[in-house]
Design a protein around this ligand. Structure first.
Ligand SMILES: [Zn+2]
Length: 100
């Protein structure tokens, strides 16, 4: 408690998020750690880490990492959310109207 108006140097209220995703064909992003293209290769199903980076309270940018590079960087944007993307919620029976 008290008057601590100083911004703490370790402002680790990172709202930045990191998620694990497949690398998609035609990807042109570069890994911010090693600087190499995060390339799609059909035979090697690469994973990438996509981070929404916040500076303070505001979203600033998106960063991409190779999955191994993110680990190497000591998870700069927090633990990776590996929850798979739910592609289509077809729980509702009427998701697609059955046309003739
Ligand atoms: Zn990399």
């Amino acid at each position: 408690m008290g008057s601590t108006t100083h911004a703490p140097s370790s402002a680790t209220t990172t709202r930045s998020r990191a998620v694990l995703r497949d690398v998609e064909p035609g990807s042109t992003v570069e890994c911010v750690l090693c600087g190499e293209r995060v390339k799609f290769q059909a035979k090697v199903r690469h994973k990438q880490i996509i981070c929404n980076v916040y500076e303070g309270d505001r979203w600033d940018r998106v960063e991409h990492f190779h999955a191994p590079c993110y680990e190497e960087a000591n998870e700069p944007h927090g633990p990776v959310d590996t929850t798979p993307v739910v592609k289509a919620r077809r729980s509702a029976p009427q998701a697609e109207p059955a046309e003739v």
